[in-house]
Design a protein around this ligand. Sequence first.
Ligand code: S3P
Length: 170
Amino acid sequence: MDNGPSIICLLGFMGCGKSTVGKELAALTGAEYTDLDEYVTAREGRSIPDIFRDGESAFRDAELSALKAYLSEEHASRARKVLSLGGGTPTIPAARELILGHTCTVYLKCDWETISSRLGGGDASRPLASNAARLYKERLPIYEMARLSVDVAGKTPRQVAEEIIAALIP
Ligand code: S3P
């Protein structure tokens, strides 16, 4: 890897494979893996649907505060790390600024047909899945701000992880 940030940060829409690719990438590189959704639920002591019952903005506040806590803890060490964001994390302007400034961002790009078949008719653990078609279109330009984009459709998580390594580690 170059001398840039030691945190590889995976972003992309719900169902694009951020968690599975993130775990694979961490295993292949010996990095420590963190899933921001899990980090949020551990800090809040509540599930994501439960936090959403207080409104989406309550979830976004919790998400931003978890990201800030993660980055301040992780900045203490230069060890390699992989962080998978929630699909909506980069839509929070302050979160976007933090990840673009302090991590190496990788967008897992996935076509709508694949995403919608993975999300099916809805997903109780993902409160925004029923608005997915609209959100998908709105968010594409935000995801495109990532330093690296990797097409994931038709590839295994391992293939995607290897592609990320090939692009980031000379
Ligand atoms: C969300 C995506 C979810 C989770 C929450 C909101 C979103 O994460 O953070 O339900 O706004 O797209 P995944 O992308 O891991 O499903």
